[in-house]
Design a binder for this molecule. Structure first.
Ligand SMILES: [Zn+2]
Length: 275
């Protein structure tokens, strides 16, 4: 399998955790006593037809009902596939209130707005969903977007329980680091970077207390999941709480580096027009 192209990957990773997609975008799937729980929905409206439906059949999960599709945040590469999944299955589609607004109003999504999905379940910081022997805990994780969410959930592997953090965001946006001209002030960018840094600390506190030992990003190439997909070695994925800390510290330091970069007075940035 060539993981560098967009060929479909459908893989079982633990007893109850699966991935369907390609190396940069995909559906993360928990198989629970109450049906399938999905995280994010790729960057094309036809993700259901092209990836999810055939992928579930390949994994023998085609008859499992889909309970909830949790979206990490309101960027198009996470929500564009959600509408078709919802229309076919009637599952709940969950997102934060802040990112419902962000999703329809943000320049980040530009021409993708007509394809926004219906959000049937607003989720909030500290909410916990029970799906029989699996749970999903929601944490507000602003910084990448205003209403970005982290999801924590348990998985089972050969009788052992592990806890994963799905770290909802990654990029830190500001002058010089944005697709197109950054439309806000440098000060706003610095504030967002520092809010993201604070989110990293909050995430680590939870990980430490709850012995989280798997670090995930919705994009496999931004976390140990890609290695797991390549080698099919679960040890690549279960990095331990100290391993999780390494990934979070890396985000934290990137936030501080970015904040410093956005206020670099020696650099000139292209000014936004008309705002
Ligand atoms: Zn994003």
């Amino acid at each position: 399998m060539d993981l560098n192209n967009k060929e479909r990957i459908a893989i079982q990773i633990t007893d109850d955790y699966y991935y369907i997609g390609h190396p940069k975008e995909g559906f993360h799937i928990l198989r629970t006593d109450k049906g399938l729980v999905l995280f994010d929905s790729m960057d094309i409206p036809e993700a259901d037809e092209r990836y999810l439906i055939p992928g579930l059949a390949e994994l023998g999960l085609q008859d499992e009902p889909i309970n909830t599709l949790f979206l990490t945040h309101g960027h198009f590469d996470h929500y564009l596939g959600a509408d078709h999944v919802w229309r076919r299955t009637g599952c709940d589609v969950a997102l934060s209130r802040e990112d419902c607004i962000f999703m329809v109003s943000s320049l980040d999504n530009r021409d993708k707005n007509p394809l926004i999905p219906r959000i049937t379940r607003l989720v909030e910081d500290g909410e916990r969903f029970d799906f029989g022997s699996n749970y999903v805990y929601v944490m507000a994780a602003p910084g990448h977007t205003p209403g970005c969410l982290n999801y924590f959930f348990n998985v089972h592997d050969k009788g052992e329980e592990h806890v994963a953090v799905m770290f909802g965001g990654f990029g830190i946006f500001g002058p010089g680091h944005y697709p197109g001209v950054y439309p806000f002030s440098a000060q706003y960018a610095v504030e967002q970077a520092l809010i993201f840094a604070s989110t990293c600390v909050k995430t680590w506190e939870y990980c430490k207390e709850n012995r989280v030992d798997i670090y995930l990003n919705p994009h496999p190439h931004l976390c140990p999941l890609l290695k797991t997909l390549e080698t099919k070695d679960k040890n690549e994925l279960i990095v331990g709480t100290e391993g999780v800390r390494t990934w979070i510290v890396d985000r934290f330091e990137d936030c501080l580096r970015s904040a410093r970069g956005f206020t670099d007075i020696e650099r000139t940035y292209e000014e936004p027009k008309g705002c």
